[in-house]
Design a protein around this ligand. Structure first.
Ligand SMILES: Nc1ncnc2c1ncn2[C@@H]1O[C@H](COP(=O)(O)OP(=O)(O)OP(=O)(O)O)[C@@H](O)[C@H]1O
Ligand SMILES: [Mg+2]
Length: 339
């Protein structure tokens, strides 16, 4: 079955142009897919700068890979026809951390909703369009009269966020990329928004990639999780297994830090930001990227990068501790890292 979205051996580097000597490798040979035959709910976790947003932007087609391919229904996004592009733009919808950026400040907030109705011809008459918009707003817990006719700056962050969810609802996409959708809202609203994501997944069959620092909410709402470290997926599997019994030493550290720290805001504060020089050193060295921080580091970890081992049937980890287990070959990696 062809996945709806796939990254095939994708590397994404930034910089290294005329004015900067250093390149940042945001993603390093990542393969990953979102299946087309069932709705999935997958968390993409990892510390700040690990490449989560870059991965989701590649899947949204707003950034191009430096190497490798991004495919929509098996078609390289670089070579989509007009019709494929149009279907893609409807099928794959973003919900961002701070949706303020996507609003034009001179349009009223509902413009975003009516523009979607007309662009994708969702309604036969204006009255039907209004009914669809009102329904979508009510589904995300907004009263239409709270929102309609207001400019973006007249709405709260949480209201803007929910207008984005309502837009996603209107379009009935196949996939939603939700990048830190609740990091700017208070706890009660967080629950409402996460609950509406779950509804989109369960009742409407939409696959959701939930990008987050927060393993607690990932555990609450997702089935699967991918853990990223410095541009690579280091562990993937069911959320139940990965969080209850993490195999990769990096995931183990992350999970240990949950009770004290709850959300990852704290990890960022506690951890020293790696300097660019040390990042580049780690990247240039041939070994495992996590070696310098790994409590279980072994001699060979400095010499070469570990393969991706199949630790148990629905889980994989990139770590020499599992040497001896079956090694996943390139073709299986996207499958193993499927959402
Ligand atoms: N447009 C850009 N130009 C240069 N470097 C970039 C750009 N976008 C991302 N990067 C770099 O790529 C790396 C990965 O960034 P990315 O935004 O994907 O991380 P993230 O996991 O989403 O982090 P966070 O949790 O803080 O949102 C970082 O080192 C970042 O500085
Ligand atoms: Mg990000």
């Amino acid at each position: 079955m062809t996945p709806i979205l796939e990254l095939r051996n994708v590397t994404k580097t930034f910089g290294g142009g005329a004015f900067s000597r250093k390149q940042t490798v945001a993603l390093d040979n990542v393969s990953f897919s979102i299946p087309s035959d069932r709705p999935t709910m997958t968390a993409l976790a990892g510390e700040s700068g690990s490449g989560k947003t870059t991965l989701s932007r590649l899947l949204l087609g707003v950034t191009a890979p430096s190497a490798g391919q991004v495919l929509y229904n098996g078609q390289d996004m670089k070579h989509m026809s007009r019709a494929q592009r149009k279907a893609f733009l409807r099928d794959v919808q973003p919900i961002y951390q701070d949706p303020f950026g996507v609003y034009n400040p001179f349009y009223r907030a509902d413009h975003l909703l009516y523009a979607a109705v007309s662009k994708f011809k969702l309604a036969a008459t204006p009255a039907e369009g209004q009914r669809l918009v009102a329904e979508a707003l009510e589904t995300v817990g907004l009263r239409p009269d709270e929102v309609l006719g207001r400019f973006p700056h007249q709405l709260s962050g949480g209201q803007r966020q929910r207008v984005m969810v309502a837009r996603a609802l209107l379009l009935r996409p196949r996939v939603i990329m939700a990048d830190e959708p609740v990091s700017m809202v208070d706890a009660s609203l967080r629950a409402t928004i996460l609950e509406s994501l779950r509804t989109l997944n369960r009742d409407l069959g939409i696959s959701i990639l939930y990008v987050t620092h927060d393993l607690t909410t990932a555990y609450q709402i997702c089935e699967n999780i991918l853990v990223m470290y410095r541009g690579a997926i280091v562990e993937a599997g069911s959320v139940e297994k990965v969080i209850r019994d993490p195999k990769h030493p990096y995931t183990q550290l992350l999970v240990e830090s949950i009770p004290q720290m709850r959300a990852v805001r704290n990890w960022e504060r506690e951890e020293e930001e790696p300097t660019l020089a040390s990042l580049d050193e780690a990247r240039e060295s041939a070994g495992c990227k996590f070696a310098s921080r790994c409590p279980a580091v072994m001699e060979q970890c400095w010499q070469q990068a570990p393969a991706l081992y199949s630790v148990d049937p629905d889980r994989a980890a990139k770590c020499f501790l599992y040497e001896g287990q079956p090694v996943l070959q390139n073709a299986d990696v996207a499958e193993a890292f499927s959402a």
